[in-house]
Write a protein that binds this ligand. Structure first.
Ligand SMILES: [Zn+2]
Length: 368
């Protein structure tokens, strides 16, 4: 089925999966394609967005592997949705993040379904990873989706992300006292107070932590609003912080520390997302690393992602989950592309990984 790979990825890029309508059309397209391969398919809808679940292999005794791919892509120029092949690369929005990997996962699941299997492969195609993942993977996990190991096909250049930082996004509203700009000593300037608060937060210890996979947490002053007129002391200033904490840090403690150093301010959590901390010695991780290294002839790194992905919904339930995808560049930017040869390698790695998993499970059964 090797020859389906690039055409399928091209079809998916052309669908311009940036709106709910386009994503749902894409989900239906994938469901039909998978159905034609003889797989049992479910299309689930949540808040108007469709997810596709396809099952390959049949085993009550063996393990369940989840292959998870998101169909949505970030916006781009019109030309980003006209796929083109140049120098062995497939260019187009989503080629790397992550429609190329989705196409490979679809083909592998279809192939696995046609051979005896000791483990179940569940393919999940979801609609909203780029906007938080709650309607897709979050919903599927809430509905009871579980497995022994999860691969999310995010762009990783064939290395394996076993950890991801947690997300803590805050709004800090600072109050002051308005006065005429010519007599500022009669008021209390909310903007300068916000600046002091920001500096106090910046000096907190949690921002200087590091771990094996991360040099530091991420800390970004993302938005600031304050002031109404040039001749007035502002009585209100609001700023947003995007904090990505290390997997071993406690978001409750970070929040408490922040509340402790700000004054005339209220702190509101806009969004919190769990970190991912898959055990680097997990046997599935080792098998995936070995399989990839055998096929590429290169050492494969385990690493930590600064950003978060749908792996976090599984991490919450202590299910080992990794991000693992093909080689490419420029996701979310201009000239996004995936290296076509690596896409074929990726497909083969997934297949070998599952087959080895099968062999291992069969051996395990015989020994019993
Ligand atoms: Zn992605």
């Amino acid at each position: 089925m090797k020859d389906f790979l690039v055409p399928l990825a091209i079809d998916l890029i052309r669908m311009k999966n940036t709106s709910p309508e386009a994503i749902n059309t894409s989900a239906e397209f994938c469901a039909n394609w998978l159905g034609q391969q003889g797989l049992s398919i479910k299309v689930l809808e949540n808040q108007g967005l469709k997810s596709v679940v396809a099952v390959g292999g049949q085993s009550d005794s063996g393990e369940t592997l989840i292959l998870n791919g998101h169909l949505d892509v970030v916006p781009g120029d019109p030309l980003d949705f006209v796929p083109r092949i140049e120098d062995g690369k497939l260019f187009g929005r989503g080629s790397y993040d992550m429609l190329g990997a989705v196409a490979a996962m679809m083909i592998v699941t279809a192939e696995i379904a046609k051979q005896p299997s000791a483990c179940k492969v569940v393919l999940q195609l979801v609609p909203d990873e780029e906007t938080g993942g709650q309607c897709g993977t979050g919903f599927l996990v809430e509905q009871g989706a579980r497995g022994d190991f999860v691969i999310c096909g995010e762009p990783t250049n064939l290395h394996i992300a076993v950890q991801a930082k947690g997300v803590l996004q805050l709004q800090i509203e600072v109050s002051g006292i308005a006065a005429h700009g010519s007599r500022p000593w009669l008021g209390k300037n909310a903007i300068t107070r916000a600046l002091e608060n920001y500096q106090n937060i910046q000096s907190l210890d949690f921002l200087h932590a590091s771990s094996k996979f991360f040099q530091r947490p991420s800390f970004n002053l993302a938005k600031i609003e304050g002031g109404k007129a040039i001749n007035q002391v502002p009585d209100h200033c609001s700023f947003h912080l995007d904090i990505r904490y290390l997997p071993n840090q406690d978001p409750e403690q970070i929040l408490a520390d922040i509340k402790n150093v700000v004054s005339d301010a209220t702190v509101t959590v806009v969004q919190q997302g769990d970190p991912v901390q898959t055990d680097e010695n997990d046997r599935h991780v080792s098998l995936l690393q070995k399989t990839t290294s055998e096929l590429t002839g290169k050492p494969i790194k385990l690493f930590g992602q600064d950003g978060s992905a749908d792996t976090r919904f599984y991490a919450k339930h202590a299910i080992p989950a990794v991000e693992f995808g093909p080689v490419g560049a420029n996701h979310h930017g201009p000239d996004e592309h995936v290296n076509i040869e690596s896409l074929y390698t990726y497909q083969q790695i997934l297949k070998n990984f599952i087959t080895k998993q099968n062999e291992r499970m069969i051996l395990h059964e015989i020994k019993k």
